[in-house]
Ligand binder design. Structure first.
Ligand SMILES: Cc1ncc(COP(=O)(O)O)c(C=O)c1O
Length: 395
């Protein structure tokens, strides 16, 4: 029995390799940064991390982390409701909720857990979730776990959203669920229109702002601030694993009754270990930096603008926008693979995405800019793009 099972897996893995869909993990031997060392013994400029504000290897944060290890220890060896809640867990929850203008917040081990722990705890077969077709896998799985009726609308299509809301109108509670920023395209959700429609149909709005928090908005509060809807959304989820230091962890911020209910019933919260003390303390410090200064954000947006303009001037097709996710469209799976391989040989690390991660024909390399990139690194990246673009006959 086991032999057959292992053989079947082997052949499925072989098929992935044949189809060019097998994901190899490149091994990094340095800290995460704008430039990194790879196990192949080379240093490359990193254009594919979510280290938007460059906090993953920030020296001041590392010192906070070291002090935290001394003061709060390494692990909690418990879930929150047994003996896994330190004073700082409560403080981080308070700080996240006030940063996002919500009454309360609850920490999870990841945003994936936050999204999978949210819907089934709050909604049942009487309710409807109206979900953007490009929502993150964790929202999709979260919705699958709950018994609510699902209405899917085409990505960013407000006419379709209205149609779906109309179809869902007789359900008890209705929730529009959307990413704040769609990670493959860097597009920002049209939260203003989403809130208008939700209000028209008496629906709530849930935003996963994993790629928005710390990055977008005048004060870094994310897509909800960027779109001026911070006081119109019911629930916000997000990750601590991108702009906010990049370690791991996630949260839901919402009215206090929602958070209290999640603390009582949300399974990934109740039955999974507390967030490590060092992450809590260091994220508190990262959040303080983000809320008290715009320096890193303005550096990030200068870098992003320079890179977007540079690529456009060279003649590359990029998806429009302002987010530091900058997809370079190649529209052919082999070309995208060759492009990323040749860039690596030139010292630039990017990843190619093809079907089924993106629709057929929309193959691309997705680049991500960081506040940590220097002007020289951006220039060097653009020079390499120009070289490879010419070599492969794209330009
Ligand atoms: C939109 C979105 N939501 C959720 C997640 C999951 O976050 P975490 O890594 O904290 O589980 C990600 C991470 O890729 C994401 O991009």
């Amino acid at each position: 029995m086991t032999v057959e099972f292992i053989k079947e897996l082997e052949s499925k893995l072989d098929q992935l390799r044949v189809d060019g869909l097998f994901k190899d993990e490149r091994v990094i031997t340095s800290p995460q940064n704008s430039s990194i060392s790879l196990s192949e013994n080379c240093d490359v400029i990193n254009l594919c991390s979510n280290n938007y504000l460059g906090m993953s290897n920030n020296q001041a944060l590392i010192e906070v982390a070291q002090a935290s290890l001394r003061n709060y220890g390494f692990g909690m060896s418990s879930v929150r409701f047994i003996c896994g809640t330190q004073d700082q867990h409560k403080v981080l929850e308070q700080n996240i909720s006030s940063f996002l203008h919500q009454e309360d917040a609850i920490l999870y081990s990841s945003c994936f857990d936050a999204n999978t722990g949210l819907f089934e705890t709050l909604f049942d077969h009487n309710d409807a979730i109206i979900s953007d077709s490009l929502n993150h896998a964790s929202i999709i799985d979260g919705i699958r776990l709950c018994k609510s009726k699902v209405f899917r609308y085409e990505n960013g299509d407000m006419v379709d959203l209205e149609t779906q809301l109309q179809m869902a109108k007789d359900y008890r509670y209705k929730v529009v669920a959307t990413d704040g920023v769609f990670s493959m395209d860097g597009y920002i959700a049209n939260l203003d229109k989403i809130c208008n429609l939700a209000e028209k149909f008496n629906a709530m709005v849930m935003v996963d702002d994993s790629h928005g928090v710390g990055v977008l908005g005048k004060n870094g509060k994310g897509s909800i601030e960027h779109c001026n809807v911070i006081d119109r959304v019911t629930m916000v989820t997000g990750t601590l694993g991108k702009a906010l230091g990049g370690a791991s962890g996630g949260y839901v911020a919402a009215p206090k009754e929602i958070i209290n209910w999640l603390r009582q019933r949300s399974r990934p919260y109740l039955f999974s270990n507390s967030l490590a003390p060092v992450i809590v303390q260091t994220t508190l410090s990262a959040l303080k930096d983000i809320s008290s200064s715009n320096n890193l954000r303005s550096r990030l947006f200068n870098n992003t603008q320079k890179f977007r303009e540079g690529l456009t001037n060279l003649g590359f097709e990029i998806l429009n926008g302002e987010h530091p996710i900058v997809p370079v469209m190649l529209r052919n799976p082999k070309l995208a693979q060759d492009f990323s391989q040749k860039l690596l040989e030139k010292g630039i690390y990017v990843v190619a995405f093809s079907y089924p991660v993106v629709p057929k024909g929309l193959d691309r390399v997705r680049t991500q800019i960081s506040a940590a990139h220097s002007d020289e690194e951006i220039d060097q990246a653009l020079t390499a793009f120009a070289f490879v673009g010419n070599e492969l006959g794209i330009l």
